[in-house]
Design a protein around this ligand. Structure first.
Ligand SMILES: [Ca+2]
Ligand SMILES: [Ca+2]
Length: 419
């Protein structure tokens, strides 16, 4: 696996844009010069990734005639002048200016402040009865928009609101359709509680340059969850249902065709396969349910739903004596890691198990899992468990891991089923 470098929190995005313009390069020029996709370059300039492949960064640095270090560090004066009296006087003056600006900004409410049950925007303050648990910012129709997800409470269901930052006007509100959800999942499970937005992600599924919102909604008392794609006007374009919790949602254009796919790590939660699952949705394949003949009963009320995902990979569970020690009754899949470099074999990896003790599974560009290995900590714990007789056999030998991996199921339904 190539080395990944954390770019979030560095000056990479702003340096990339500045150097690109200085070199008179379009994003397409830079994509061509580096062998990366236009979408990847665009995502980099918009600071959408936390990490980047070192090899990709080196190619960008080379195309822009700077060192990797210069690409990541903040742009500043070349010569150290910290000790010079003029520098100290300048600092004092600048500090006064900045403080004055900051105080004015605070008075004018120039910034966005998200609190537990309220948001303060330049256009005013909005207060809510229930907690805000997810948010994302975007620009739609040349307006800065804040999108927030709230949990429900006794007199209010969870919902998603799109708010115009400048005016603090609520442009639209999305509420889960409980009647439909009661017909998809067992009604008694749905009635136990409420759905709320667990993750909000921006995704451009059709590649038209306008982001859609991918909202993963989770039940607060039971396991049903779903992912809805919502357009800029609040219209629901598609919904995909899952019988277990959706944990991670990662939009990415892996094949570089300018259209994002949605990669989802989730818990499968069905009787024979409680080993976590990876679901891929795209522009055409994003309706239906993670449902098949072996797994449906007891988890879906509507067995006529068909699975129109692009790809779904379901992993088997581990024996309970092992999952008990992992402190997870089901093997949750989480931490999707997508590799921007198209030449590496492991385009995507995910973790499965418990955050500190997990199996790591790499997938190729066809979303086929081709290996599994334990994290260092899981291997260490496993040795201790085997030595002390806590497990009856070693579940992490190469032979056992290969056998476990060969038990996965892979669905490529891909048929359209609007709902
Ligand atoms: Ca779009
Ligand atoms: Ca694509």
């Amino acid at each position: 696996m190539g080395k990944n470098i954390r770019i979030r929190g560095t000056a990479f995005a702003s340096n990339l844009e500045r150097l690109r313009l200085q070199n008179n390069l379009s994003k397409s020029d830079l994509a061509q010069a580096t062998g990366l996709s236009w979408r990847t370059i665009d995502n980099y300039t918009k600071d959408r990734f936390e990490f980047a492949q070192e090899s990709a960064l080196l190619r960008i640095a080379e195309a822009l005639n700077v060192s990797l270090e210069d690409l990541l560090k903040p742009c500043k004066a070349n010569r150290p002048i910290y000790g010079h009296p003029a520098f100290l006087i300048t600092v004092v003056i600048l500090f006064s200016i900045v403080m004055g600006w900051a105080l004015r900004a605070g008075r004018d409410g120039d910034s966005i402040e998200i609190r537990e049950k309220s948001v303060r925007l330049p256009g005013g303050e909005l207060k809510f009865k229930s907690k805000i648990v997810a948010w994302v910012q975007n620009t739609w129709d040349n307006r800065d928009i804040l999108i927030i997800g709230k949990v429900g409470n006794s007199d209010q269901y969870g919902s998603i609101l799109a708010i115009d930052v400048a005016s603090a006007e609520v442009l639209w509100e999305y509420r889960p359709d409980h009647e439909t959800l009661r017909s998809v999942f067992p009604a008694d499970k749905v009635d136990q509680g409420d759905f709320y937005a667990h993750t909000l992600s921006l995704v451009d599924l059709d590649g038209d340059g306008v982001d859609e919102l991918a909202a993963s909604m989770r039940h607060n008392m039971s396991y049903p969850s779903y992912l809805s794609v919502i357009d800029k006007d609040g219209g629901v374009k598609s919904t995909y249902y899952c019988a277990g919790h959706i944990n991670t949602v990662s939009p990415f254009d892996m094949d570089g065709d300018g259209k994002d796919e949605i990669y989802i790590a989730a818990t499968n939660n069905t009787a024979r396969f409680e080993g976590g699952t990876l679901i891929v949705l795209d522009e055409l394949c994003r309706n239906g349910a993670a449902l098949d003949a072996e797994s449906a009963r007891g988890h879906f009320a509507d067995l006529s739903l068909s699975d129109s995902c692009k790809v779904r990979v379901v992993f088997p569970s581990y024996p309970m004596e092992f999952t008990n020690l992992l402190e997870t009754p089901r093997m949750d899949a989480f931490n999707l890691w997508i590799n921007a470099n198209r030449s590496v074999p492991d385009r995507l990896t995910l973790n499965m198990g418990q955050p500190s003790k997990s199996l790591i599974i790499p997938f190729d560009s066809e979303i086929r899992p081709f290996d599994v290995y334990p994290s260092d900590l899981l291997a260490k714990f496993n040795r201790a468990w085997v030595d002390s007789g806590l497990v009856s056999r070693d579940y992490l030998t190469r032979e056992a891991l290969d056998k476990w991996l060969s038990g996965h199921r892979r669905f490529t339904a891909g048929h359209w089923s609007p709902r």
